[in-house]
Design a protein around this ligand. Sequence first.
Ligand code: GBH
Length: 476
Amino acid sequence: MSLPADFLWGFATASFQIEGATKQDGRGPSIWDTFCEIEGKIAHGANGDVACDSYNRTAEDIKLLKELGAKCYRFSLSWSRIIPLGGRNDPINQKGLDHYVKFVDDLLEAGITPFITLYHWDAPDALDKRYGGLLNRTEFPLDFESYARVVFKAIPKCKNWITFNEPWCSSILAYSTGYFAPGHTSDRTKSPIGDSSREPWIVGHNLLVAHGRAVKVYREEFKPANGGQIGITLNGDYTYPWDPEDPEDVKAANRKIEFAISWFADPIYFGKYPDSMLEQLGDRLPTFTDEERALVQGSNDFYGMNHYTADYVKHKTGAAHEDDFLGNLETTSYDKNGNCIGPETQSFWLRPNPEGFRGLIVWLSKRYGYPPIYVTENGTSIKGENDLKPPEILNDEFRVKYFHDYAHALAKAVSEDGCDVKGYMAWSLMDNFEWAEGYETRFGCTYVDYEGGQTRTAKESGKQMKGLFDSLIKND
Ligand code: GBH
């Protein structure tokens, strides 16, 4: 069991979760700055104003990456730092742009390969106010295209680009459940605006088109001279039928992956939405115009995979509720025979199941013709971790085991199942702003002391990552 000699591994983060400095050097507000101000949306009323202060600590973060032996680093750009109002006719904030140019220079100088995510959920707030942000089918893709061009032009040294992180979350969590910014939902106890039966499907469509536009720009205007590759990052859990003997549960388990992943990946690889979604959603799923389809189909140089957990799936009978986004099914932690999917963590949705990682890599590879895959996120929280302090909190055995088991499952998918996985980025380089959960839930391989001046101390999981991958990567 092994990984190829040129296999890349490293860590991942996202701008709003680590940067802080939300008002520094001309940055404009993002939808998350605004969302954090609404009472009750974020645990303990936390916000991203300071976070890990990474905007002011790039040297420290690079030193940490070097110490841990990382070969690559995935991070995202704050769009509203670069274009404070976000739009294609709005001014560029040179200071914000220069910050990322220098950061990439410094990473390369340290021998670390940058992977840049253009969008990890922090849309410029001005665009949301101006025309409804991600809901706008014409304006949003054009503004995203323009922002992407500004960045591609300024950072030709970066060769690895991800357009969107987890468009499923930007659609479902932000426009169906209202759990994420800008918090739209049909549930009027949570939001005065939103239509959970329609808005998420419109947003998903617009994100696909925006992705396609950015890829076209990259391929036509930059790739010929700079080389490099570009793709989208999708999230999805693996699934097992609750009752493996029941064909309806077997179908539902597959359908859940289609609703999470194929919603975006089928249009990108096949030019159409999955039949299971068309059947359930009918005309609530937008139809691709010929121009849109041409932009979207064939738009991945690689598949970016975020993966954390697996579920048992039980089919539901009768027609789906109009707000359903799972595929008319329910998920459980125990199957019919009482088998448990995996141990509890601090995150209600996350239970480690390493076999499911291998299962999903194989599922994706078969459906999409064995594309090159980069695992752009994988990691775990630990139940009660935030109650600990150093030195106890640094000894994160549960996370060490998680990474060990998941890395071995990945190596099997590569060496035994023939999947083409080229790289792996652990979530996360350090503890950070965990969205609606604020700073309560930690995902870091590095401990961040939020009360003690944001100092970073590597946890065992961070320190052991190099040894883990060295043991799996062939050295020829
Ligand atoms: C990642 O998403 C994010 O990219 C990253 O920013 C974040 O810090 C990290 O997870 C840890 O949470 O509410 O029942 O519908 C992970 C994928 C998909 C996990 C949606 C939570 C919500 C389940 N996420 N899922 S539910």
